[in-house]
Design a protein around this ligand. Structure first.
Ligand code: KG4
Ligand code: ZN
Length: 359
């Protein structure tokens, strides 16, 4: 009866191309976790195909739920709630997770909790004591998001900047694809860049939206500039390829570094947290750590498994915020677009009413 007084949650993540299920208890921590990546399914298309993602989540979830409960040694009756990612994300993929969670909550007679995917990312590092104390600034960078957030307190977030077009991971993946690297090619492009001592001489790539100290991002122009630069070079020469990859990576890192420093200044914070798959980029980590430390601040850079999409962060956030996230199981809302700013600050009372749906 580990769960009885402990707020123990089964969490489901299905916002993009990872199917994640986990059981997390306030006092026991992460009891079990299962993660299935659809990356092979989408690789031939060079990006996530929403319809295929939704179908695959629906296909995998029942077995993943059974396997995770089994690994946790938890009977459904011992759970205090079922949680799911309600957004933002791909609508069909979110619906697959919501339908599964709502069905389980109804069958097991448990509350249903709706989790904001980006809030789960922000607080995931707390699972292993690797989070930043409030207030802090977070840079969330993945294949689907590019976001600068001022996290003032639990549930109290201000968006400082976001991408107006491609996410930064998407720009990495598309540029990697131009170099003939398989999807998702961000890590492979970074590995190629690491082989070059410096960016290829003569290649000038833009640092988008850095002239006016804007905290928003735009990476589609950089990707186009990279395509043009590649066309003018001998794309078969290994040194040229590495130098080009390095030039691309430097342009991204320069841009992200400048905006993180401005964001810290604007928010009056010293702590910077980075998350999302692109946070695995070594050059980005090194440059941010040096820049932030030189200004007396600190960089919180959790291990990759806490940065990328997973069910553990959903169950964790639901256990942390508890009944404040409750929604009706016969509604099980999903929101493809959902701003972090629509969330409510946490209140100490467990009687906090369910939050309203975003516009
Ligand atoms: O968070 P994540 O696993 O999944 C979502 O996009 O939701 O992030 C994956 C993204 C991909 O675009 C991938 O190419 C990129 O993170 N990525 C990297 C690196 N490792 C993964 N980008 C740059 N450098 C890396 N080392
Ligand atoms: Zn994510």
């Amino acid at each position: 009866m580990l769960c009885a007084m402990n707020f123990c949650v089964l969490g489901i993540e299905s916002s993009c191309d990872e199917t994640g299920v986990a059981v997390y208890a306030r006092q026991g921590g992460l009891l079990a976790e299962s993660l299935y990546s659809q990356v092979d399914l989408h690789a031939t298309y060079g990006g996530v195909v929403p319809e295929l993602a939704a179908r695959d989540h629906a296909r995998r979830l029942p077995a993943l739920v059974a396997q995770t409960l089994d690994a946790a040694g938890i009977a459904p009756g011992a759970l205090d709630a079922v949680a799911y990612t309600a957004g933002p994300g791909l609508a069909g993929a979110l619906l697959a997770g919501a339908a599964c969670a709502a069905g389980l909550a109804t069958a097991w007679d448990k509350p249903l909790l709706a989790v904001h995917h980006m809030e789960a990312h922000l607080l995931a590092p707390l699972m292993e004591g690797q989070g930043a104390d409030f207030p802090f600034v977070a840079l969330l960078v993945s294949g689907g998001h590019t976001l600068l957030v001022h996290a003032r307190a639990l549930g109290d977030y201000q968006i400082l900047g976001q991408s107006l077009d491609d996410a930064v991971g998407e720009a990495f993946d598309k540029s990697a694809s131009l170099l003939g690297l398989p999807y998702p090619g961000g890590a492979a492009l970074a590995a190629l860049a690491a082989q070059a001592p410096a960016p290829l001489p003569g290649v000038k790539l833009p640092r988008p939206m850095t002239r006016q100290r804007s905290l928003d991002f735009s990476f589609s122009g950089l990707k186009t500039a990279f395509a043009l630069a590649l066309r003018e070079q001998d794309a078969q020469d290994p040194e040229v390829r590495a130098g080009l990859a390095r030039a691309f990576e430097e342009a991204v890192v320069d841009t992200l570094e400048r905006k993180c420093l401005w964001a810290l200044q604007a928010a009056g914070c010293t702590r910077l947290l980075i998350g999302g798959g692109v946070a695995a980029n070594r050059r980005l980590q090194q440059r941010l750590a040096a820049a932030v430390q030189a200004r007396g601040g600190s960089l919180h850079c959790p291990p990759l498994r806490l940065c990328t999409d997973n069910g553990a962060m959903i169950a964790h956030l639901a256990a942390l915020r508890g009944p404040a996230l409750a929604v009706a199981a016969d509604a099980a809302p999903v929101h493809a677009r959902w701003s972090l700013e629509a969330l409510r600050p946490a209140t100490p009372s467990p009687e906090t009413p369910a939050r309203t749906a975003p516009p």
